[in-house]
Write a protein that binds this ligand. Structure first.
Ligand code: GTP
Ligand code: SPV
Ligand code: MN
Length: 597
C-alpha cells in the first residue's frame, strides 16, 4: 500500500504493542465499504435499518458509559506543563505513553487492526493535513470514511517521505476507569484508548483538527477553530460568508443548514453550508481571512432535529447515514425526542433496554428513547444546501466572525464589537451552559473561550495572544459579533424563536459589515435598535425585542468581575491588549452608570 518507511515502521510498532490478529489497510473503495458493513453487522457492531426507508443506513449503540466526550480524561502531553496551560489537563509524554501502553498492550488480540490513511481538507491541497488512524473498531472505520477523505489517494499524496499525524485508537475494555485521550503535539501523535464515542474515537475530528491543528496553526500563522462556515446569498445573487463559534450542542449544525423563514422568503435569500463544526482560517493574498472546512461529513446532534427546526439535516440523513445512540424501532427505523413523526410502537432505547412511547421511570419522568447527545453521521455532499465551494482548497472569504453561547440572562440577542481586539475579548469571555455533549453538571455556566475550552491544544493564554497577533496580519479583517439565541423570560421560556428565524440576525450582521444597519452604542458594543431587524411575519409579543436587546450595566459589571477572575487563572499570561479591553469595558460601564446617576 505504501512505500513510506516511517509509516510502515510505526504501524508495525503499534501492531506489536496491541497484538491484533491481523492488520488491514483501508483503500477507501466502495467494495471495501460493503465488506466492512457486512463485517460490522456480523460482529454485532452495526444493525442495518429498513433498507427501503433508510437505504444504506445503519444503527450503532455505544456502551451506556461512553456516550459523550470525556474532558476529565483528555490530556495534553507536553515536555513542559506550561505549554498545556491552566485550562487543559496535563501529563508528561513519558507518563502518557506508559499509562496508555499498559492498557493497549495486547488489547487487540482476537481483533483486527485497521489502518486508515485520511486527509483533513481536500486531498493534495497545500492547506490539508494528513493523518493515519489505527483502530480496532469497524464503527470508527465507517465513520472516518464519512467524516474524512480516506484511502489510497491519501497515501499517494503522502508518498515515501510525507509527514502525518500518528493516531492510535483502541477500544480496549471501554471501561471509563481505563480510558485516556492523549495528545502529544510535540510528536504529532494522538493516542486514544477505552472509548468508542465520537470526538474521543474519530481522531480526525476534535483531536487532530482542533487540538493538534491549533498547536500547528500557532506555529504556522493560522487559526484552527470550533466554527461553522456558511454562505448567505442575497436577492442580488451576491454570496457572503460568515463563521460562527458556539460551544458543543449550541446550534452550529442548525445555523449552518438554516432555511429562510416564511416571513423572509419573499426576499429571496439562500443559505449555503460550507461546514458545521470546524474551520481552518488563513490570511489570503487579498488580505482577507479565508475559511476551509477540513471535514467531509456531519456528526450532528439528533434530538431536536425535525422538519421544522432543521429540514436540511433531515433531508441529509435519509440515506448512507450511521445513527448512534438514538432509539431503534423494532421495525428497524430510528427515532429521537423532538424528532419527526410518531415514535415506533416499540423499540430499544440508547441503553439497550426495551422501550415504548410514554414510558415513565420510578420518579415519573419520561424515559428517553434517544440519548440527548445521540448523533447522525452523514456525508457532506448529501446536504441539499451543500455549498459548491466546500471542496475548494482556497476556502471562502469571511465577512463576519460570530461568537455565542447559551446564556439564559445577560447577553443580548446580538451585538457588534468595536474592533478586532474587542472582538477577541468578546470571544475570549464567551460563557455557556453545559450541554449533554460533555460529561459534567448540565446547565452550569462555564467560560468557554471561542468555544475552544475543551479543544485548544496549548496554553489558552498564548492562544488569546495568537488571536490578537492574527489581527495584525489581516489587512482586511472580518467584523466580530456575539449572539445569544438562548435568552429566557421570567417563566424560563426562550424569548427568541431561533433556528430559521436566526437569518433575521444574520441579515443585520451582514448589513453592519457593509456599514449599514441601524444600531445604538452600548458599553458592550453596537446593539440593533428595536426596529433594525426585519421581523416580517414574526409575531413576537410586545416588549420581547426590548427584552432580547437589553444591556443591563449592573449585570455586566458583575460579569466583568467574573472575566477578571477567569483571566487571573492565566497568571499574567494574558495579552495586555486583552487586559486593556477589560479596562475599556469597565470605563464604558462606569460612564453609563455616572450618566444615569
Ligand atoms: P456540536 O456538534 O456538539 O458541536 O453541536 P452544534 O453546535 O452543531 O449544535 P446543534 O446545531 O446540533 O444544536 C444542538 C441543540 O441546540 C439542539 O438540541 C437544537 O435543537 C438546539 N438549537 C439549535 N439552534 C437553536 C436555536 O436557534 N434556538 C434554540 N432555542 N435551540 C437551538
Ligand atoms: C462536540 O462535542 O462539539 C461535537 C461532537 O461536535 S464530538 O465529535 O463528540 O466532539
Ligand atoms: Mn463540535
Amino acid at each position: 500500500m505504501t512505500d513510506n518507511a516511517k509509516l510502515k515502521k510505526w504501524v508495525a510498532d503499534m501492531a506489536e504493542l496491541c497484538s491484533p490478529d491481523k492488520v488491514v489497510w483501508l483503500d477507501g473503495s466502495e467494495e471495501e465499504r460493503k465488506r466492512l458493513e457486512a463485517e460490522g453487522v456480523a460482529a454485532g457492531e452495526l444493525t442495518p435499518l429498513d433498507q427501503k426507508k433508510f437505504p444504506g443506513c445503519y444503527y450503532h449503540r455505544t456502551d451506556p458509559r461512553d456516550v459523550a466526550r470525556t474532558e476529565h480524561l483528555t490530556f495534553i502531553c507536553t515536555q513542559d506543563q506550561e505549554d498545556a496551560g491552566p485550562t487543559n489537563l496535563w501529563m508528561s509524554p513519558a507518563e502518557g505513553y506508559q499509562r496508555a501502553s499498559d492498557i493497549l498492550e495486547g488489547s487487540m488480540t482476537g481483533r483486527t487492526m485497521y489502518v486508515i490513511p485520511f486527509s483533513m481538507g481536500p486531498v493534495g491541497s497545500a492547506f490539508s493535513k494528513i493523518g493515519v488512524q489505527l483502530t480496532d473498531s469497524i464503527y470508527v472505520c465507517l465513520n472516518m470514511r464519512i467524516m474524512t477523505r480516506i484511502g489510497k489517494p491519501v497515501l499517494d499524496v503522502l508518498r515515501y517521505d510525507g509527514e502525518f499525524t500518528k493516531c492510535l485508537h483502541g477500544k480496549a475494555e471501554l471501561d471509563p476507569e481505563r480510558r485516556l485521550i492523549l495528545h502529544f503535539p510535540e510528536d504529532n501523535t494522538i493516542w486514544s484508548v477505552g472509548s468508542g464515542y465520537g470526538g474521543n474515537a474519530l481522531l480526525g475530528k476534535k483531536c487532530l483538527s482542533l487540538r493538534i491543528a491549533s498547536w500547528q496553526a500557532r506555529q504556522e500563522g493560522w487559526l484552527a477553530e470550533h466554527m461553522l462556515i456558511l454562505g448567505i446569498e442575497d436577492p442580488k445573487g451576491r454570496v457572503e460568508y460568515v463563521t460562527a463559534a458556539f460551544p458543543s450542542a449550541c446550534g452550529k449544525t442548525n445555523l449552518a443548514m438554516l432555511i429562510p423563514p416564511d416571513g423572509l422568503k419573499a426576499k429571496g435569500y439562500k443559505v449555503w453550508t460550507v461546514g458545521d463544526d470546524i474551520a481552518w482560517l488563513r490570511v489570503g493574498a487579498d488580505g482577507r481571512l479565508w475559511a476551509v472546512n477540513p471535514e467531509a461529513g456531519f456528526f450532528g446532534v439528533a434530538p431536536g432535529t425535525n422538519s421544522k427546526s432543521n429540514p436540511t439535516a433531515l433531508a441529509t440523513v435519509h440515506k448512507n447515514t450511521i445513527f448512534t445512540n438514538v432509539l431503534l424501532g423494532d421495525d428497524k427505523t430510528v427515532w429521537w425526542e423532538d424528532g419527526e413523526g410518531a415514535p415506533p410502537a416499540s423499540g430499544t432505547d440508547w441503553q439497550g433496554k426495551p422501550w415504548k412511547p410514554g414510558m415513565k421511570d420510578e420518579a415519573g419522568k419520561p424515559v428517553l428513547g434517544a440519548h440527548p447527545n445521540s448523533r447522525f453521521t452523514a456525508p457532506f455532499h448529501q446536504c441539499p444546501s451543500a455549498s459548491p465551494k466546500a471542496d475548494d482548497p482556497k476556502g471562502v472569504p469571511i465577512s463576519a466572525i460570530i461568537f455565542g453561547g447559551r446564556r439564559a440572562r445577560l447577553a443580548p440577542l446580538v451585538y457588534q464589537t468595536f474592533d478586532w481586539d474587542h472582538g477577541v475579548y468578546a470571544g475570549a469571555t464567551v460563557a455557556s451552559e453545559r450541554t449533554a455533549a460533555q460529561y459534567g453538571k448540565q446547565g452550569e455556566v462555564r467560560r468557554d473561550p471561542m468555544a475552544m475550552l475543551p479543544f485548544c491544544g496549548y496554553n489558552m493564554g498564548e492562544y488569546f495572544s495568537h488571536w490578537i497577533q492574527m489581527g495584525k496580519r489581516i489587512p482586511n479583517p472580518p467584523k466580530v459579533f456575539h449572539v445569544n439565541w438562548f435568552r429566557r423570560d421570567e417563566n424560563n421560556k426562550f424569548l427568541w424563536p431561533g433556528y430559521g428565524e436566526n437569518l433575521r440576525v444574520l441579515e443585520w450582521i451582514l448589513a453592519r459589515t457593509r456599514g449599514e444597519g441601524k444600531a445604538s452604542q452600548t458599553p458592550i458594543g453596537w446593539v440593533p435598535t428595536p426596529d433594525a431587524l426585519d421581523l416580517t411575519g414574526l409575531n413576537l409579543p410586545a416588549g420581547t425585542m426590548d427584552k432580547l436587546l437589553a444591556v443591563d450595566p449592573a449585570e455586566w459589571k458583575a460579569e466583568l468581575e467574573d472575566h477578571e477572575k477567569f483571566f487571573a487563572k492565566f497568571q499574567g499570561n494574558v495579552s495586555p491588549s486583552l487586559t486593556r479591553q477589560g479596562t475599556l469595558l469597565a470605563e464604558r460601564l462606569e460612564a453609563v452608570a455616572t450618566a444615569n446617576r
